[in-house]
Design a protein around this ligand. Structure first.
Ligand SMILES: [Zn+2]
Length: 327
């Protein structure tokens, strides 16, 4: 009996000794494990609160507040961009146009783009997205408001109608498109655009809907028709460089001027042309005289503004300070 009690006590002492020896180690291990868990949690929390991309790049599109309508131009600036990454940014919009991503220009140290709104764009809310390395960084929204377009019923004499063959229209279209292919990447102007003639009356407004010779064929009038006497001098709407000076079937004597940043102005039905291709022009310089060449029924200047192959309202360019810092 005594032997059994002694054995039991001996076993208890051994167990207690074993426990005392390993207890601090077990506690220490648990403590280390605790620390590890805490540190993992902290790092997850930090990442959730401040997403990596936001810390690195919070670039976004800034659009000035304006009553943008169908046919207007929307200027876009990228703010908070990282200078060294300039050529890695892309600006995309869900406004439909002759572009996928918009051309980005560097203007006074800021990335800048212009969105031309076609006149057929549905009045709605649209978005402008800034991407870097194909990753979406931010989305800005803006509204396109409705504009009333004039409706005209027009009679064109038979000889004009006969010249309006698909081939002729196609060759005109190509000639005009080629002249607007490349634009200076810096603005060639420092002032607001001006009307190329004075004391005019508008006979057809921007994007007027035209029904010709009582048919159902609709033409959209790309610019504004400004009626003035034949021989009236035409002033260049802004400084730039001539990219086309010659004849087209519908436009008659035509001049196209590049102003940089993808902005072009176009002058048609001129009686005489006074400039040559590649000539640099200052704002107000005379580029020709008003006439009635091409598809025209009387002396007038047909005046267009075009961005990314989209005709935009030339009067918005004249009245709105598109680059924000124009004289
Ligand atoms: Zn016209």
């Amino acid at each position: 009996m005594f032997k059994k009690i002694t054995f039991a006590l001996f076993t208890l002492v051994i167990l207690w000794l074993l426990y005392s020896t390993f207890k601090p180690a077990i506690t220490e291990k648990a403590k280390i494990e605790d620390k590890t868990t805490t540190s993992i949690n902290t790092s997850v929390k930090t990442e959730e609160l401040i997403p990596k991309e936001t810390v690195e790049d919070s670039a976004y599109a800034f659009i000035p507040d304006f009553n943008y309508r169908q046919g207007d131009v929307v200027p876009v600036e990228i703010k908070n961009f990282i200078k060294k990454d300039f050529d890695r940014y892309e600006i995309k919009t869900n406004i439909k146009g002759d572009f996928s991503a918009l051309e980005i220009y560097m203007l006074d140290g800021l990335p800048f783009a212009l969105i031309p709104i076609t006149s057929s764009t549905k009045p709605d809310i649209y978005k402008v997205e800034v991407y870097k390395n194909e990753k979406l960084l931010s989305t800005t929204i803006f509204k396109v408001n409705k504009r009333e377009f004039e409706i005209q019923h027009l009679s064109i004499n038979k000889s004009f109608e006969e010249k309006k063959t698909p081939e002729n229209l196609e060759s005109d279209k190509n000639a005009l498109k080629n002249a607007k292919k490349t634009s200076s990447t810096t603005p060639l102007f420092t002032k607001k655009f001006i009307y190329p003639v004075k004391d005019y009356s508008v006979t057809t407004s921007f994007q007027a809907i035209r029904f010709v010779n009582d048919t159902n064929i609709i033409y959209r009038h790309s610019g504004i028709d400004m009626a003035v006497p034949k021989g009236t001098p035409i002033e260049c709407s802004n400084s730039g460089k001539v990219t086309f000076a010659g004849e087209t079937v519908s436009g008659g004597n035509t001049v196209i001027v590049d102003h940089g940043l993808g902005i072009f102005t176009q002058y048609m039905h001129m009686d005489k042309i006074h400039v040559k291709k590649d000539q640099e022009l200052k704002q107000g310089e005379i580029l020709g005289e008003v006439g009635t060449t091409g598809f025209s029924t009387g002396a007038h200047l047909h005046f267009d503004a075009c961005i990314e192959n989209t005709y935009v309202d030339p009067e918005q360019l004249i009245n709105y300070n598109i680059l924000n810092n124009l004289e």
